[in-house]
Design a protein around this ligand. Sequence first.
Ligand code: ATP
Ligand code: MG
Length: 241
Amino acid sequence: MVAGSDEEVTEPPRLDDRRRVGVMGGTFDPIHHGHLVAASEVQAWFDLDEVVFVPTGDPWQKPDRNVSPAEHRYLMTVIATAANPRFRVSRVDIDREGPTYTIDTLRDLRAVTPGAELFFITGADALAEIFTWREPEELFDLARFVGCTRPGYTMDPQTLAAIPADRVTMVEIPALAISSTDCRERHRRGEPVWYLVPDGVVQYIAKHDLYPRPEGSDLRMPPTGGSAPRAPLESTMEGSA
Ligand code: ATP
Ligand code: MG
């Protein structure tokens, strides 16, 4: 079902045999089930041959916080996606010098998947920022954009209207109110992240102590009958907010 429409809309069957490749950019610090469900839904909806997860390099819109080293984020993404034969992980952003811009991601992926039709997958929060990204008009030439619904965010209709209609589709996906920020904060507070992120990712975080508790803090359990306070959602980055 396409978000915002009253009726069921069926994606037209393929008219050509071009390969269809989804591109899911993200900081993935850590990757969580919200990312995986979005990728899986869009893969099925658009009959994509594969979805390429692209962990960012240097996130220029998150200079105010320490992002985990790219190799850790890359490996967590590999662990989370390994079982799905249609998912793979690309190093194009982490191997490129300098800040990550989606335009470079798409150009690099185009070069390695010649002739493929690219579908850039984003949450509604990230898509809402698209006109702040570098070379937005060129982005629409390189890929179709698929905006996934995300609890707590709505896509501003004016921004949506400014994107060429044939280059963007909003898709309603099962709502998962999970964010990497919340996963990091939960871990720092000593709360579980089991079932918010894949099991292997929980174990990887523990093994490398990726989100250590602040010094001197005690293990804090949620109070009985209520939940511990949540950290506010953090500001976003281009293409992977
Ligand atoms: P952070 O809190 O660190 O910003 P995040 O959970 O937003 O992390 P990102 O790596 O920033 O994750 O997001 C990558 C992409 O996945 C973005 O396009 C984002 O909108 C989308 N996304 C993240 N979480 C969800 C979710 N729960 N539902 C739908 N889309 C999501
Ligand atoms: Mg984000």
